[in-house]
Design a protein around this ligand. Structure first.
Ligand SMILES: [Mg+2]
Length: 170
């Protein structure tokens, strides 16, 4: 439950065609530190291109975020993506809601995020394929930084170190 199915150095390295070949039809994607660094709040151009490539490949995306601020909704609107906020990941409710919006079964959906205890655990609990990426920025909420120390203890290394050792992902 506390191990992602795959680790990628960044979201833009996740290849839509690989997901399709694994029977994936849609994706639930985390927002903070997965698509945009928490310190800048700006989605980098390569990430925007990846989002477009996913949708061009026929893989719709719903964002699921534990963030409860209006900024998360504004970011989603700017990206043109639906979002479920105040998700309380790893609880399953927001994932179920997103799966309903996407119209896919859990095993047809990838959950992509930067945190083991929210994105990976939550995605695993509902039966999705889970792909972890290292956080885009070391800037994060205090309780998240504590969780990251725990993540490294459980995984043996940080997500960034592990992702660097991976030859492929997705
Ligand atoms: Mg995150």
């Amino acid at each position: 439950m506390l191990k992602p199915h795959a680790l990628c150095r960044s979201v833009e390295r996740i290849r839509p065609e690989r997901l399709l070949s694994r029977g994936i039809r849609a994706a639930i994607v985390d927002l903070d530190n997965t698509l945009m660094p928490r310190d800048t709040g700006q989605v980098p151009p390569p990430v925007r291109e990846w989002l477009r490539a996913m949708q061009d490949a026929g893989l719709p995306i719903v964002l699921v975020s534990n963030n409860w601020h209006r900024s998360a909704e504004e970011a989603a609107r700017e990206l043109g993506l639906p979002i479920v906020t105040k998700a309380v990941k790893p609880l399953p409710f927001a994932f179920w809601k997103a799966l309903g919006l996407l119209g896919v079964r859990p095993r047809e959906c990838a959950v992509i995020g930067d945190q083991l205890f929210t994105d990976v655990l939550g995605g695993r609990l509902v039966g999705c394929l889970t792909i972890m990426v290292p956080p885009q920025s070391s800037h994060d909420l205090p309780h998240t930084l504590v969780l990251r120390r725990l993540e490294s203890l459980i995984m043996g290394k940080s997500a960034a170190e592990l992702a660097n050792e991976e030859s492929s992902c997705g």
